[in-house]
Ligand binder design. Structure first.
Ligand SMILES: NC(=O)C1=CN([C@@H]2O[C@H](COP(=O)(O)OP(=O)(O)OC[C@H]3O[C@@H](n4cnc5c(N)ncnc54)[C@H](OP(=O)(O)O)[C@@H]3O)[C@@H](O)[C@H]2O)C=CC1
Ligand SMILES: CC(=O)N[C@@H](CCC(=O)OP(=O)(O)O)C(=O)O
Length: 316
């Protein structure tokens, strides 16, 4: 059976990328909306109800509206927005988060695609919490840099219009109320919100994130190799993982931390750097905000929901 897919918001940054990733797939039919009807509620409703899977690439309010327009009990939904990420009726779409997550996604009707920033934090911290190395009470801080496509069409237009004026490096979220904090807290299993300081750079896509750890604050101080082994063990146990763990290296710098190294792929690479004598470490994640951070993860989730081999079809 050819599954019918409707991308609501197909003209936006994430929607366009998903369309490109699905182009050429013979196992799917993409139901496209006429350009002049993109925001026509009746036409969106018709297509949402005609689809086997609707992928919502919309601002939060419009995503909530799309869900309310589904009147059947068969259309399954992948939502790329923040609207449902901590809703207990939705399955969180970070397939590598734990061993049961890809099955939960495969069987779900409603899947909330994870935010780009949360994945770098959850992907590094949760394996350490699950392994009992970090207590859930640990005060975690998280920072990083993302390309400007993370801000969608509006930020892209601002950066691309400002040939001279765009900021090379812009920290933001400085009131510590970033919209990703609730999902970061819930899915890391931390007791309290991580202190999150994102930044945006003057490059289009790709991101590198950092979790600095003062290991001396822990009752039992792990070595860098132990941190690395716990994270590597977690991913070794995940079927069809798109998250890879780089070998442990004691080096002061490396070009593979460039935020753009995984652009246009669904890959995330994790690194552990540490100084055991100082009991200090940093956990690093490198991935594409538009790939594993958004449209790559959405297509990975779609494949799980359709029972299609993730590796084969993510080549698209
Ligand atoms: N960019 C990224 O890296 C990531 C984005 N996301 C999330 O994905 C979602 C989409 O983001 P992104 O693609 O970046 O955003 P964009 O602004 O690039 O695209 C959003 C699209 O939705 C359309 N739209 C807005 N309101 C409606 C409506 N009522 N009915 C139909 N279409 C509507 C917009 O129309 P118009 O073209 O007229 O503006 C636009 O085409 C957001 O919730 C975002 O937070 C998630 C992870 C990463
Ligand atoms: C650079 C930039 O502005 N990035 C966006 C995050 C993009 C993203 O992940 O969107 P969702 O919130 O829908 O997941 C931000 O920090 O708001």
């Amino acid at each position: 059976m050819v599954a019918k897919i409707f991308i609501d918001g197909e003209a936006g940054t994430t929607g366009l990328q998903i369309r490109e990733r699905l182009a050429g797939r013979r196992d799917l039919e993409v139901l496209s909306i006429a350009a002049d009807k993109r925001k026509d509620q009746d036409e969106r409703k018709r297509l949402l109800n005609a689809a086997d899977v609707a992928i919502l690439c919309l601002p939060d309010d419009a995503a909530k509206q799309s869900v309310s327009l589904i009147e059947n009990d068969s259309t399954r939904v992948i939502d790329a927005s923040t609207a449902f990420r901590v809703d207990p009726n939705w399955v969180y779409g970070f397939a590598e988060m734990d061993k049961g997550q890809s099955d939960a996604i495969a069987n779900a009707r409603f899947v909330a695609n994870p935010g780009c920033w949360p994945q770098g934090l959850i992907g590094t911290v949760r394996p350490l919490i699950d392994a009992g190395i970090l207590p859930t009470s640990h005060p975690v801080s998280y920072n990083g840099i993302s390309g400007y496509t993370g801000g969608g069409k509006q930020m892209i237009a601002e950066y691309e219009a400002a040939s001279e004026g765009a900021s090379h490096f812009m920290p933001y979220g400085l009131t510590f109320q970033h919209k990703h904090v609730p999902e970061m807290t819930r899915y890391t299993k931390l007791d309290s919100a991580p202190l999150f300081v994102p930044s945006v750079g003057d490059f289009a896509q790709g991101m590198t994130t950092f979790v600095p750890l003062q290991l001396g604050q822990l009752g039992k101080v792990p070595s860098g190799k132990e941190l690395h082994a716990a994270i590597a063990d977690h991913y070794a146990g995940i079927k069809d993982s798109f998250v890879t763990v780089a070998p442990y290296q004691e080096i002061a710098k490396t070009p593979v931390l460039d935020p753009q190294v995984h652009n246009d792929t669904n890959t995330m690479t994790l690194h552990v750097f540490a100084n055991d004598a100082r009991a200090q470490a940093v956990l690093v994640a490198v991935y594409d905000n538009l790939g594993k951070g958004a449209s790559g993860a959405a297509v990975q989730n779609l494949n799980l929901m359709l029972g299609v081999s993730a590796r084969e079809s993510l080549a698209a």
